[in-house]
Design a protein around this ligand. Structure first.
Ligand SMILES: Nc1ncnc2c1ncn2[C@@H]1O[C@H](COP(=O)(O)OP(=O)(O)OP(=O)(O)O)[C@@H](O)[C@H]1O
Ligand SMILES: [Mg+2]
Length: 133
């Protein structure tokens, strides 16, 4: 079974709301406090990127329950400018905004699965999953 919930990202307050939703869903899944922190940090980074680079978008949280694999998927989507050179971005330290450029590589490290779909002028969808073990 899958339960999906979401937060629209328009302002910095929405980033806080997305974190809270993620923490609650991670708790419901049975993740411990360390993994809850990993999941909320990943959500923060993705939501902040949406706010900074696309202006607006959405964070969806999918909770996988039932007898099969249990876990949490974060889907961060926007209709912003897209990421022209995703390979560069995944190397630590690349930033177009004077940031540390640690956000996206950090999310990849914190989660078990990580996928980026992005197209210039169309937008970006980042999907990241953590499995409960
Ligand atoms: N949703 C997005 N839409 C368009 N460009 C993006 C998006 N997310 C990230 N980027 C681009 O990828 C770059 C790297 O993102 P990343 O989060 O790794 O670092 P940063 O945001 O620059 O710095 P940090 O997250 O460490 O403060 C950004 O500088 C930006 O150019
Ligand atoms: Mg960032």
């Amino acid at each position: 079974m899958e339960y999906r919930s979401s937060v629209d990202i328009h302002s910095e307050w929405d980033i806080v709301a997305a974190r809270q939703l993620g923490r609650n869903e991670a708790k419901k899944s049975g993740f411990g406090t360390v993994d809850q922190a990993r999941i909320t940090t990943a959500i923060s980074e993705l939501a902040r990127n949406i706010y900074l680079y696309a202006g607006k978008g959405k964070i969806e949280i999918e909770r996988h329950t039932g007898n099969g694999l249990r876990g949490i998927t974060i889907i961060a989507s926007d209709s912003g400018p897209g990421i022209p050179d995703i390979r560069k971005v995944m190397e630590d330290g690349f930033s177009t905004s004077g940031g540390l450029g640690a956000g996206m590589p950090g999310v990849k490290r914190l989660m078990d699965e990580f996928k980026v779909d992005t197209e210039a002028g169309v937008g970006t969808i980042i999907t990241a999953t953590k499995w409960l073990r």
